[in-house]
Design a protein around this ligand. Structure first.
Ligand SMILES: Cc1cc2nc3c(=O)[nH]c(=O)nc-3n(C[C@H](O)[C@H](O)[C@H](O)COP(=O)(O)O)c2cc1C
Length: 194
């Protein structure tokens, strides 16, 4: 896939499919998928999460586009400290992004549907900043730490052994293919899910 096809995405700067970002609402952060399909930009957020109620209250959410696996694990399992956020003024309102995130989109968020489990949220971009960044080759270790973190967020709630098997599979890929930062994220993840 060339740079051109990425830039011409109708969902720019997101791409078709599910984009894993760190969502911030106020001084709260959690990894969430931004779903881009059929000309719609959406989030599906578990109602058990703080993120769901915060988005419902605020009507705005920031998608921090980041590749740092340590941030994904920390934001999934713990609270970031207030000093890790920076305030911006968007549409006359204060919104917060992660200060080390150089690319972000502020979305207006409208609740489309409430199921027993999830909020389905429609997103409309109102301000976007995209840092110039080089293409990063795909690394299976980096992909796997994100997969292990997703499964980990369900595993701590259910202790489902099938999830544990999937986590173990991804852990072995992180160890085989990942770099230092992936291994650091893995160490944190293992503590959070123990
Ligand atoms: C890469 C990644 C993607 C995730 N995507 C979603 C998502 O789309 N919707 C959701 O409800 N939870 C998602 N999660 C799980 C939440 O981040 C996790 O449940 C988090 O603890 C919620 O935090 P909160 O209760 O503080 O809001 C994802 C986790 C990871 C690691």
């Amino acid at each position: 896939m060339g740079v051109g096809s990425v830039n011409s995405s109708p969902f720019w700067p997101m791409q078709e499919g599910i984009n894993e970002i760190i969502a911030t609402v106020g001084l709260h952060a959690a990894p969430i998928g931004v779903i881009c399909r059929d000309n719609r930009i959406m989030m599906a957020v578990f109602r058990t999460s703080h993120t769901a109620s915060l988005i419902e209250e605020s009507g705005l959410v920031v998608a921090n586009i980041m590749h740092d696996p340590v941030f994904f694990v920390r934001a999934a399992f713990s609270d970031l400290s207030p000093e890790e956020f920076i305030e911006m003024n968007v549409a006359g309102r204060p919104v917060y992004r992660i200060s080390s995130s150089l690319s972000w989109v502020v979305y207006r968020a409208t609740i489309d549907q409430k199921t027993e489990q999830k909020l389905l949220i429609s997103l409309e971009p109102i301000e976007t900043k995209l840092a110039q960044s080089d293409l990063v080759p795909i690394n299976r270790g980096r992909n796997s730490i994100i997969e292990a973190a997703v499964h980990g967020t369900r595993y701590i709630l259910t202790r489902d052994p099938v999830l544990k098997q999937m986590i173990d599979h991804h852990v072995s890929l992180v160890k085989r293919c990942g770099g230092k930062r992936d291994l650091e994220a893995l160490c944190l993840l293992e503590k959070f899910i123990a």
